[in-house]
Each structure stands twice: as C-alpha cells, then as structure tokens.
Design a protein around this ligand. Structure first.
Ligand code: HPA
Ligand code: ZN
Length: 335
C-alpha cells in the first residue's frame, strides 16, 4: 500500500467540492451568532451534537435536509469569503494544487441574498488562494434540481454578467437526483450555453439515479464530464462511450459511504473504471459533513485498494489533471 506521505506529495486536483459543504461546525455556530440567526429547534445546537450528526445519513435527502439548514447562516459577502478561504487553507496543507468548486446560488437567492454578493465573496477567496497559496481554481454554479426549471432559468439570467466574463467558468446540476431527471433542465443548459459558448458543463448523475441519467446528461445537457457517475458501471455500452470520449467521472468515496450509496469504499467500482479506461478523479464532495478532505479521500481509497502501486496512482493523478478545466499551460505545469 502506498503511504500517506506519497499521496500528500501528489499534485492533486479537486473537481467535486460544494463550497457550502465545507461549512464546519466551528464556523457554522460563530456565523449564526454573528448574523443573529436562530437555528431550528430540531437542528443540533452545539459543535459536539452537530459533529455526531455529521457521522451518518440515511441517504442523499437526509443529508440535504441538514445541509440546507446549515447554509442559512451565510449572509454577508465576508461570510462567503471566510468559508471558501478556510477551505483553501485547509486543502493547501493536503497538497491540493487546483480546485474546481461548486456553489448553489439558489440556496442564497431564495433567502434574498443576491447572487452577486455570494459570487464576489467566493471569487475574492479564489483570488487570494492563487496569490498566497498557489492554488488555481474555477467557480462552477450549480442549479438545484428540486427547484422549478423556471427558477433555475432566472438564476442563470442573474448570473449572466459573471458567465459572460468567465468568472463563473462552469455550470452544474445538484440536489435530489432521482425524482428530477436531466431532461427537465435542457432549456436551462441551452440558455447558459447561449450566454457563453465556452461555459463548461457538468451534472450530478448516477449517484443514486440510474446509468440512463448519465447518458442523458451527456446527450441532452451536453455535459462534458459527470459528477459521481458510478452507476455507469451497470451499462456496458455507456462504459465504452465514457472510455472512447474520455468523459471524466468525479467520484467522491467518503461521500458515497456516508450517504449509504455503498457500505464500504472497497465496494466502489474503481478497479472496473481503471480496467475499462474510464477516467475518474477522487474528490471530497461535502467534506465538513462526510469526514474528510481531499487527502483523506485519497488515503481511504489507498487503504481499501492496497494493491494499487505508484504507477496506478500516477495514472489517476494524470487523468485528474487532464480532465481539469484549466488551460493547457496550467495543465503542463501540473503534469
Ligand atoms: N449530491 C447532490 N447534491 C449535492 C451533493 C451531492 O452529493 N452535495 C451537495 N449537494
Ligand atoms: Zn456533489
């Protein structure tokens, strides 16, 4: 088995990280206080209670119910900056060199917090991370699939200036998957593409939902990579396509265990992805809730796939760099 030191040194990229999912209890409670937010009675009321709850969720929806309550403590531009800056500092210590990070504007605009404020706070943290830590990054806005597609389309309209300028570099789709298939969002993706043809497209698919949601995300939404995507292994034709077109899956090992998608990391179809030449990266999803950041995910996979040698890890690392949305110059630096 490779050592944690070896994994620490690898130039790691993250492609599946929800900034709101980095809200640690030790920031959540101070922010609630700072902003005068009363958390609902059923929500844990102390760091210890919240950490205990973060240990296990029944499924994706059980997690999302907590996640959206936690998000309510974020109000001021400084809060969004503080959240993202805390994340960058933490992962700098874990050997992260490039991050493509999600956020959910609708979690905030539905509470009358303007998209501009959220985006500016995150953007400032990204700029500081590059300047002071050498971590490059891209912002990806996600549409909440449990919201009406019309609301999603309005959100894209609000984001128009940021999409035009490339400050928002990509579009994604998250929240409850199974009841809300990709076909509901075809017009939203078309609209976003019409604003900036260079906008990168991804979507959560095949986490709890079927392989068909993965192929529909590629065909109908024109996504160029897929978040989670692990249920693709149940469809041989799709697997061949992912390999042929080198569509990267952004796999989240600790998340999949905490949300009971699998019982153990060893049950993830990572060997099959490697054997089928389907590229994937390893990611932390919502690290404050799922028990570990990027290096912790790498280390858990190494522990449960002890037969993987340095060459296998170098290949995973290369796929992760090649599948990134940074420019070729940055990729060459990282390779
Ligand atoms: N799946 C769907 N929506 C999400 C997730 C996830 O893993 N994390 C945050 N929002
Ligand atoms: Zn996710």
């Amino acid at each position: 088995m490779v050592s944690r030191e070896f994994l620490q040194e690898l130039p790691k990229c993250e492609h599946h990280l929800h900034l709101e999912g980095t809200l640690e209890p030790d920031l959540l409670f101070p922010l609630a206080k700072r902003n005068g937010i009363t958390l609902p009675a059923e929500f844990p009321q102390s760091v210890a209670e919240l950490e205990a709850k973060y240990c296990q969720f029944r499924d994706l929806q059980d997690f999302l119910d907590y996640y959206y309550i936690g998000t309510n403590v974020l109000i001021e531009e400084q809060d969004f900056f503080d959240l993202a800056w805390a994340y960058f500092q933490r992962v700098h210590q874990q050997g992260l060199v490039h991050a493509e990070v999600f956020y959910d504007p609708q979690s905030h605009t539905t509470r009358s917090i303007p998209l501009e404020r959220v985006t500016r706070g995150f953007q400032r943290a990204c700029e500081r991370a590059e300047k002071e830590l050498g971590i490059t990054s891209k912002l990806i806005m996600c549409l909440l699939r449990h919201m009406e597609p019309e609301h999603c389309a309005e959100t894209i309209e609000q984001a128009r200036p940021f999409i035009e300028q490339g400050i928002i570099h990509g579009l994604g789709l998250d929240s409850a998957e199974k009841p809300f298939p990709p076909e509901l969002f075809v017009e939203c993706y078309e609209k976003a593409r019409s604003i900036n043809g260079d906008l990168k497209l991804t979507a959560h698919a095949g986490e709890e939902g079927p392989a068909r949601y993965v192929s529909d995300s590629l065909d109908l939404l024109q996504a160029s990579r897929i978040d989670h995507g692990i249920n693709s292994v149940h469809d041989d034709e799709l697997m061949q396509r992912l390999a042929r077109e080198q569509v990267m899956l952004t796999v989240c090992p600790l998340s999949n265990v905490k949300l009971q998608v699998v019982q153990r990391v060893a049950q993830l179809p990572l060997q099959k992805l490697l054997d089928s030449n389907v590229p994937f990266s390893l990611n932390s999803d919502d690290p404050a809730y799922f028990g570990g950041y990027i290096l912790d995910n790498y280390a858990k996979v190494a522990e449960e796939f002890p037969q993987w040698d340095h060459a296998v890890w170098a290949r995973i690392c290369r796929h992760s760099i090649e599948g990134s949305w940074c420019d070729d110059k940055r990729k060459t630096e990282l390779l």
